[in-house]
Ligand binder design. Sequence first.
Ligand SMILES: Cc1cc2nc3c(=O)[nH]c(=O)nc-3n(C[C@H](O)[C@H](O)[C@H](O)COP(=O)(O)OP(=O)(O)OC[C@H]3O[C@@H](n4cnc5c(N)ncnc54)[C@H](O)[C@@H]3O)c2cc1C
Length: 387
Amino acid sequence: MSTAEETDIIIVGGGIAGAGAAFEISRSAKVVLLERESHCGYHTTGRSAASFTENYGNGVIRRIVLASRAFLTEPPAGFSDYPLLSKRGMITVARSDQLDLLHQELEAARALVPSIVAMTPAEAIARVPVLRADYLAGAYIEPHSMDIDVNGLHQGYLRGARARGARILTDAGVKAIDRQGGQWRVETPVGTLLAPRLVNAAGAWGDEIAVMAGVRPIGLLPKRRTAFNIPAPAGVDIADWPLVNDVGAEFYFKPDAGQLLVSPADATPSVPMDAYAEDIDVAIGAERLGQATTIEVQRVSRSWAGLRTFVADGSPVVGPDDEVPEFIWLVGQGGYGIKTSPALSRVCASLICGGGLPDDVTRQGVALSDLTPQRLRGAGLQKASAS
Ligand SMILES: Cc1cc2nc3c(=O)[nH]c(=O)nc-3n(C[C@H](O)[C@H](O)[C@H](O)COP(=O)(O)OP(=O)(O)OC[C@H]3O[C@@H](n4cnc5c(N)ncnc54)[C@H](O)[C@@H]3O)c2cc1C
């Protein structure tokens, strides 16, 4: 690009959030998406546990997940060559000292997802025979929890956006943002972009993009989460095991391409960065796995970490900035950004077009005030409407 390129909407960030927004917004506007890395999805999007559960996160998150299920179950024709969801199931387990918490969580879970039911420890062990009888005091199962094909979803969004005329530019890290004559002027190593509106889908870097644009940051908190793969126990067929999740968020594990994916479910505050697994977090995960199961970790085949980025109330932030409405936030998806992306992308597109929340999202009980950046300003911080 030798001269500045004009477009309707600039999206900063090519993870699942930016890609989903490009897919939905490009139905009605000219979009250019800018990604700093040489390929989209290098950061948090490429590092997830690929789980679709309707029973994780606060009430707003859970309702947005419910509003996302239809798209993932039945994506538009030609979106993906393979199903985006596949059967997994999720068992939440508790030690005897966690039983009160398990009962509270089960009650809250069933209010939104009635198919979740209690299991006896023996039933849980029948599904996942490595669980220790002397560890397990209670459990419940979410039978319709699924695995998500994250790459299929991400590539489907990008391919669909391109087919609608969007341009996806990689190696295009945003270096400077100015506002002149009713346009954002965005400088990148591959050229200059001009557009009246800008969507900030920069994940952990979302506040940095705001500061560059002269917009007040909203207090994003990136938190590192670690995961690692270990070989499956010898002679055991793990393919049909559900995801096993500790009710106190101390660990989870699930089958992952023939191996086990294990996480200590850590949430260590971090600056925005290319996150990596610390040995201590892998060791903690291995120790907790060894307490709950008969698996002794001998070898870690791969370890990684990603930043899950939150605001104070744990809900995502979607919509025009209250002080600079031409700057649209799409951040704070925490540990739920893959499975919430279908509904959040539609919310973002609808708000950009001057509409309200899509009807199906409202019907799930989500209000604009649950998502707006305004709720985070100063003393006006409100609790999420449901928890
Ligand atoms: C271990 C782990 C397990 C998880 N498991 C799940 C799960 O099972 N289910 C689920 O739904 N979610 C899960 N998540 C959360 C999910 O991965 C995130 O919520 C989601 O990926 C966030 O997407 P994003 O697009 O906002 O961020 P990112 O994928 O980080 O994308 C942001 C992009 O912005 C780009 N960027 C930043 N600054 C600039 C700039 N100046 N110029 C241009 N581009 C820029 C970055 O390069 C990056 O590619 C998990 C996360 C982790 C770490």
